[in-house]
Design a binder for this molecule. Structure first.
Ligand code: PPE
Length: 314
């Protein structure tokens, strides 16, 4: 269950957690008109730090623009600053941050253009997304009978609330059938992504992940993995992946803010590789967790410290 924190940011000011409520006739409730982000703040030796804050803010601004919200009322810098302030105000250390912008209360009817834009940001403690053992042991998943968003239906590059109706169908089907997660194919029948994760497939030492044209969210963890793999001299490609490649892969793993890097040990009850976390997933996890825990140098500037650094003592 979600444990409340003290404050939620709303349109530029902090309100109590309990007061962050909206009217049932708000546009978003009826027509799904929201864009949002999911961001992790990690505990480091220098205090809490938000992972890839700029990229998350940028994706939120992009998602809004796709839905003709040209102006969120706050600049990217102001939104990023508000997230840092949110973590400070709630005196959090490691946490998950959820900014959301949506079409609010006013007119009723599909046309959203006259409804006000509301922005909220909340944070809370969120543990391991696919279970405590998932990161080390891997998870059992299925290929979903649901197809991911087809091109030119709902825009996949936008992280919009409405996309998650499709994700919910994928997730519920998987859970009902005894799996932790489902992998959706795109409308051409090629591998797309999980209900809330991007996917990577390894064969013969090379990493493949579906291209943006395969109806995937442009994941920020996905981008981090592509960057880390290149630095480690592991060959990577954004490739169209046929479904059966999943069954003969040496390794398959998910990536996402919530799921981080989660190995997959079986798909449709077919064992993937040796049926446990593979060496490439483990190597990438070490790099990734090293950076976010502050034990490896953050050479890309991926961490934004929440508290101003104390001047060094001389
Ligand atoms: N695909 C989808 C559909 C998706 O929802 C996510 C994030 C990703 C890929 C990975 O993107 P990124 O987080 O930028 O690496 N899913 C979020 C939703 C979790 C939730 O249940 O809510 C997340 O991981 O925060």
């Amino acid at each position: 269950m979600l444990t409340p924190t003290e404050k939620i940011w709303h349109n530029g000011r902090f309100i109590r957690w309990e007061d962050a409520t909206i009217h049932v006739l708000s546009h978003v409730v009826n027509y799904g008109s929201s864009v949002f982000e999911g961001i992790r703040c990690y505990s480091t030796p220098d205090g809490p730090a938000i992972f890839r804050l700029r990229e998350h803010v940028r994706r939120m601004v992009d998602s809004a623009k796709i839905y003709r919200i040209e102006n969120l009322g706050f600049s990217a810098e102001e939104l990023g600053e508000a997230m840092l302030e949110l973590v400070r105000v709630n005196r959090m250390d490691a946490c998950y941050i959820r900014p959301i912008a949506f079409r609010g209360y006013g007119e009723i009817g599909v046309n959203p253009l006259k409804n006000p834009i509301e922005i909220y940001m909340a944070c809370w403690t969120w543990g391991k997304y696919l279970g405590d053992e998932a990161l080390a042991e891997g998870v059992d998943v299925c290929v979903s009978s649901w197809t991911r968003l087809a091109p030119n239906t709902l825009p996949g590059l936008a992280k919009a609330g409405a996309n998650y109706m499709n994700s919910q169908l994928i997730k519920m089907e998987a859970l009902t059938n005894g799996y932790s997660e489902g992998i959706a194919l795109d409308s051409g029948g090629f591998v797309s992504e999980g209900s809330g994760e991007n996917i990577f497939v390894v064969r013969d030492g090379k990493i493949h992940t579906p291209p943006l044209g395969a109806s995937v969210l442009p994941g920020i963890t996905r981008d981090s993995i592509l960057t880390l793999a290149r630095e480690l001299d592991i060959p990577v490609a954004e490739s169209i992946i046929p479904r059966e490649m999943l069954y003969i892969a040496d390794e398959v793993f998910f990536s996402g803010t919530a799921a981080e890097i989660t190995p997959i040990r079986s798909i449709d009850r077919i064992t993937v590789g040796k049926g446990r976390r593979g060496p490439i997933a483990e190597t990438l996890q070490k790099e990734f967790f090293g950076i976010i825990n502050g034990t490896r140098p953050d050479v890309h500037g991926w961490l934004s410290p929440v508290h101003a650094r104390q001047p060094a003592r001389v």
